[in-house]
Design a protein. Structure first.
Length: 307
């Protein structure tokens, strides 16, 4: 089975053409700026949207673990004790207002293929396809996952993979024959800084990209390198120059994309009742991003600014 927490249709910023984006649950990294915290755990999670809550109390009665209680007097909504929650989702089944929801469900290969093929006409008319994302879509590559890739490829649909690169090489090798392109994150080149900001160093990420490059003549898989620009963390010109130096001469590199930091994930933290650590960080100004784009282009790479 394949654990998916979201399917986004009609996207145009995750590869060429109109694409359907499949978000798999589970990620090995813990980036401090992560905008999809509900993607980190592979397990299904309980989401709560307080603005939808009608306060009828049905969920309190339904919860066998007594993990839900009303908020304090004068405050709206519910308090959920996540340590007590067993993930039975009985509360979700009783929540008529859909304030409580289940984040993540298991799909069979056949179900997901059918869902993807709903958009075939858009793919054909735009040169698009499906992009597998996450979390980390290559964190759990088993027989079902490889069967999914094979089924999509046999349907003539383009496959992109949005990856951290921080996965066993065997996982990449298993899907590489089916992949048209990777969206590959290179966040910080300094090993210790990478570990401080993401929870792991970048040795495996860089080694895996070099191995993809080594197989370029065989598979022709293109790589769009994504460099998120988080002020005070990943945005130094020195880091960008180091990134370009590492990539120089690689035939698989299509372009370098500069991804501006944003706060669009803040509501997702509220949804799973986790603290958001990035309130004080502001997105980079457009003029500064344009300067960095010129810096990359001066190193001989195509460059694009994305949000």
């Amino acid at each position: 089975m394949l654990n998916v927490f979201e399917i986004s249709r009609m996207t145009n910023h995750n590869g060429p053409g109109i694409r359907t984006l499949i978000h798999f649950k589970g990620c090995p990294l813990r980036c401090v700026w992560c905008s999809t915290p509900e993607s980190q755990s592979r397990e299904a999670e309980l989401g709560y949207k307080v603005q939808r809550c009608i306060g009828d109390g049905a969920c309190l009665q339904a919860c066998p673990a007594h993990a839900i209680r009303p908020a304090a007097a004068g405050e709206k909504g519910l308090l959920i004790d996540r340590a007590k929650c067993t993930g039975c989702f009985a509360c979700v089944r009783e929540c008529y207002a859909h304030a409580l929801t289940r984040i993540g469900r298991a799909w069979s290969v056949e179900e997901l293929l059918k869902e993807i093929r709903k958009d075939e006409l858009f793919f054909q008319n735009s040169g698009g396809g499906v992009t597998f994302s996450g979390g980390e879509p290559l964190m759990f590559v088993d027989g079902d996952m490889i069967e999914l890739y094979r089924g999509v490829k046999e349907a003539g649909i383009s496959i992109g993979v949005d990856t951290t690169g921080f996965v066993p090489w065997e996982s990449i090798a298993g899907v590489l024959p089916f992949v048209d392109f990777f969206l590959w994150d290179l966040k910080v080149m300094d090993r210790e800084k990478h570990k401080a900001l993401t929870g792991a160093d970048n040795r495996l990420i860089l080694e895996n990209l070099q191995r993809v490059e080594g197989l370029f003549a065989q598979y022709g898989t293109r790589v769009y390198v994504r460099c998120i620009q988080v002020p005070g963390m990943t945005d130094s010109d020195g880091n960008l120059l180091q990134t370009c130096a590492f990539l120089r001469g690689m035939r698989c590199i299509e372009e370098i994309d500069l991804i501006n930091f944003h706060h669009m994930g803040k509501k997702r933290y509220e949804y799973i009742q986790r603290d958001y650590a990035m309130d004080e960080v502001e997105p980079m100004e457009k003029a500064r991003l344009e300067e960095k784009k010129k810096l990359v282009e001066a190193q001989g790479f195509r460059c694009r600014i994305s949000s």
